[in-house]
Each structure stands twice: as structure tokens, then as C-alpha cells.
Design a protein. Sequence first.
Length: 148
Amino acid sequence: MFMPTPIMMVCAGNICRSPFAEFYMRMKLEEKGSDTQVFSRGLLLMPGKGVPENGLKVGKEFGVDMSSHISQALLAPDMDRAGLVLVMEPGQRKHLMQKRPEHVGKVMLLSQPCGGKIIDDPMNRSEETFRRVYGEIAACVDTWVERF
């Protein structure tokens, strides 16, 4: 299958879900010998925030160290640069399609190959919630990587 590059992960604030998806996918692609670029952004203007402690702790359980992550808001050049854009919720896809309809073909749900369900936002929730959400993200990323 064609390997789109770079791959951009998008969630609301670029604090919990998209950073984990970014770091996890990068790790999995590197394991396969790919140097495909992966980055993440948020739809909300919440720049400069790190991953919360629960997210950092649970991320390490999946082999991911997100301690270097700093949130960034999605800008128009990010959409232009990305070869594939993976979002967490249908509403996020709809929002991006309204703003940038010319990119309709490259914006998909991260969960698309896993049934297309919403990936919940674990912000301000328990470690168990982060564990469940990160497990869902990991399963979907694994499926995407297998397809590539």
C-alpha cells in the first residue's frame, strides 16, 4: 500500500489523544524500518501544554515517552503539508472538511479500520480511562501500520 507522508494526528487540544497517536505510530513505523514523518495538532487554541501526568504514565506502559510533547494548534499549512490526516471524532472530520474541502480525500477517522467509533477524550479522567483510550488508539494505529 502507498505510504502517505507526513501523517498528521488531530484531536481537540493536542494534549492527550493525538500526541499518543503520534508517538505510538512513529514508534511502530520505526519498528518496521519506515522513516515516515508523523506529527500532531489540535483544533483548539491551547498551545504550549504538555501531556498530563496520567497520560504520561499510561503512555509509558505502551512504550511511549511523551514528556517532550508541547501542544500546537492546527494551522492551514499543516493541512497542506500532511499526506494523511487522522482525527478522533466524526465532528472533527466534518469541521476540517468545512474549513478545507479540498483536503476531503486525506482526512479520515483514526478508528476507520477499527469500526469507525469515536475515540473518547480522556482529559481530566482516571488512569483507567487513559489506559482504555490509549489501548483503542494503539489498536487502530497497529491496523493502519499493517495496511501501510
